[in-house]
Design a protein around this ligand. Structure first.
Ligand SMILES: [Zn+2]
Length: 668
């Protein structure tokens, strides 16, 4: 312990080491977990051709886009403030370099949250997924070319699904021109462009804020802070770009020859992503399983927030992959983690993962049908022991706790059916009564400290959280709650849970950091947003309370793509209807969609575009000012824990009224 503390001082002056209770919990976990099973370690190492020597990759903008140096501490010793299973996964994710999957198939691992994979085609290289940002993708491509690329060009790019860690780096390896001209085939699953952004628009600001918790964005890497993200070490911070596919796989199962390689695509919609596909290479008996099967229990519910995913459907598609391809496949490789070799191992992993999602769906509902609620299920549901023993079924991205609550949310929603929770007081309203009834701040602090010292952290958080809710400026209360959260965080196997507890501890101790937040979205991401989605989002940004009594109708026409929209402000509500125009609108606005994007990006304003003639306006221009007067900028630094507010909100850059500002696309 003394040695650990010396090597890894806490990054925060108020931070605490792991308590004896936490150490005991982690010792028990170490004893219970199947550490004798070392197959992952062999598979992770297998096929290494060249390690990546440069620990940092710079962004073109001058900052560090990727930093593996900060994870080297993981290999130095064990830590009593990191769950042994998470530490094991984090060490596995320290693989960083070029690997052979089988002759002709290679993976770059450890350059980002995700992998980049190259398959040898007739004329060049077929790429499966392109990492998060251009700079890391370029660096990976250079390492690949140095050792096995033979100077051959990229002939095709295949996006497995819509999450940014599978397409954001594409501009680092191909040009838009080559995709447009068809020189390079860019293949995606159905509705790919819409899906790349749809998940992140409407609740984007809230998701962005919540991602600070799930992804521990303010935490320093180290024994008491950020350890890994489970799927990979972290998300790279270079330039995100998006090039549209020039070929879509529409059928459920579709065979295509890509640069001379026979590929069978299997669409798996509404699984890990809204649109996703596996690919089987029959001539090589190689199964690309996208992100449907990785070395983790994945998220059914995502802590940053998304619609709850469908675990039953997910399970069925894994089952389909097993019976279509998995009975003969000899290698299975994925968009995260390392491959599985040999048919027996592939079948074992596919069967267990199939059962993992099916069990969670079926057995959570089994309990729910007997009255177990969303507030209890995480303390009731347990994975079957045979699945718990498989490393690749453990919760490095989804946790059993938050996933099983997600299943109930999907089917039954938030209400536990107790009327006392149906129209509850807000925490800030109910907490003062609790504090009064418990005998006031001093009594709660004393009892909270006592529970904390006994290691009863979940009990301690119940009462100290009430005190913090009632007295947001009670710093001793916030410090005690931070200490409690920190110990719970250290005890978690799941990085999203760990990060969330440690992030809350950080903000309770230091407050939300001041300073600017990035507000500009990548032009490629704005382009992927359809006009209806943009108008829907305007309806979310407008503050209804500022629009009482307003009434107007706008026709919006975008002639270059044939778009027309009837926009109405009525009942303090902004609605839009695609495909319709009003007979007597207050204003008709005609603008090319490509020009509208300039306003959506905040590069110009609609008013300037009207003045310059880029947009044509007929009718009463005042309605645009009226609309603009209702639009609010969302600040991603809103308070989560009471009394943590950033002190200088005015440093936030003001967005233009018609700027789209969706959340930066989120990796998974
Ligand atoms: Zn991913």
């Amino acid at each position: 312990m003394a040695q650990a503390a010396k090597l890894q001082p806490h990054f925060h002056p108020k931070g605490k080491p792991a308590s004896q209770h936490t150490q005991a919990v982690l010792r028990q976990a170490r004893a219970d977990l199947p550490f004798t099973d070392t197959k992952d370690l062999e598979e992770q190492k297998r096929g290494l051709i060249a390690p990546m020597k440069a620990m940092q990759i710079m962004a073109d903008a001058g900052h560090v886009a990727w930093d593996m140096e900060r994870f080297q501490f993981l290999d130095t010793q064990d830590f009593d403030s990191i769950h042994p299973s998470l530490l094991r996964q984090a060490r596995l994710n320290n693989n960083y370099g070029l690997y052979e999957v089988i002759p002709g198939i290679y993976q770059l691992r450890g350059f980002d949250l995700s992998n980049m994979t190259f398959v040898r085609g007739k004329k060049g290289w077929i790429v499966f997924d392109t990492l998060v940002s251009a700079e890391v993708a370029r660096a990976a491509w250079q390492l690949f070319q140095k050792h096995v690329g033979e100077g051959l060009p990229i002939t095709a790019v295949i996006y497995s699904h819509s999450h940014v860690d599978h397409w954001g780096g594409v501009r680092g390896i191909i040009s838009e021109e080559d995709a447009r001209s068809g020189k390079i085939t860019v293949i995606g699953p159905p509705k790919f462009m819409e899906a790349t952004i749809a998940e992140n628009v409407y609740a984007g600001n809230a998701m962005n804020r919540r991602a600070f918790y799930q992804y521990g964005r303010l935490l320093t890497a180290g024994a008491h802070g950020y350890v890994s993200q489970g799927l990979g070490q972290a998300v790279s911070a270079g330039a995100v770009g998006l090039i549209a596919p020039n070929m879509t796989i529409e059928k459920d199962i579709e065979e295509v020859i890509v640069d001379g390689v026979r590929m069978i695509f299997q669409n798996t919609p509404d699984t890990e992503a809204p649109t996703e596909m596996n690919t089987y290479l029959p001539d090589r008996k190689a199964l690309w399983i996208a992100e449907n099967v990785t070395a983790t229990l994945h998220n059914i519910y995502t802590l940053r927030g998304t619609l709850v995913r469908d675990p039953l459907r997910w399970s069925k598609y894994i089952s389909q992959a097993l019976y279509r391809f998995g009975l003969e496949a000899e290698v299975m490789f994925a968009s995260h983690h390392w491959p599985r070799w040999g048919n027996a191992r592939i079948q074992e992993v596919l069967r267990a993962q199939r059962d993992l999602y099916a069990n969670m769906n079926n057995q959570v509902l089994h309990h729910a049908n007997q009255g177990v609620t969303i507030n209890e299920i995480h303390n009731v549901y347990q994975l079957p022991k045979s699945l718990q023993k498989q490393w690749y079924c453990r919760g490095y991205h989804g946790s059993p706790e938050h996933n099983c609550r997600g299943v109930i949310q999907r089917y039954l929603g938030f209400w536990d059916c107790n009327p006392a929770t149906l129209i509850p007081l807000s925490p800030s309203e109910s907490a003062p009564l609790y504090v009064e009834m418990m005998g006031g701040s001093a009594t709660i602090l004393a009892r909270g400290k006592e529970l904390h010292d006994k290691g009863k952290y979940f009990h301690a958080q119940e009462i100290v959280n009430k005190l913090v809710q009632a007295e947001p400026h009670n710093q001793p209360a916030k410090d005690l709650l931070a200490d409690i959260f920190e110990q719970i965080g250290y005890q978690q196997e799941n990085p999203g849970l760990r990060n969330s507890y440690l992030a809350a501890a950080y903000e309770l101790r230091s407050g939300i950091p001041q300073g600017k937040t990035a507000s500009s979205s990548s032009p490629d991401v704005i382009r992927a947003m359809d006009t209806e989605m943009f108008l829907n989002f305007l309806g979310i940004r407008m503050d209804s309370r500022k629009a009482e009594g307003m009434r107007f109708t706008i026709n919006l026409i975008t002639p270059d793509n044939g778009g027309k929209f009837l926009i109405e402000m009525e009942n303090a509500t902004l609605t839009n209807l695609p495909g319709f125009l009003a007979k007597n609108p207050d204003l008709t606005l005609t603008i090319k969609r490509t020009d509208l994007e300039q306003a959506m990006m905040g590069k110009t304003t609609l008013e300037q575009q009207i003045a310059s003639g880029t947009a044509k306006a007929e009718g009463n221009l005042k309605v645009l000012q009226q609309l603009a007067s209702t639009i609010v900028d969302f600040d991603p630094r809103f308070e989560i824990m009471p009394g943590t507010k950033a002190k200088t909100p005015e440093t936030l850059e003001h967005a233009d009224a018609y700027e789209a500002v969706p959340c930066p696309a989120v990796a998974e």
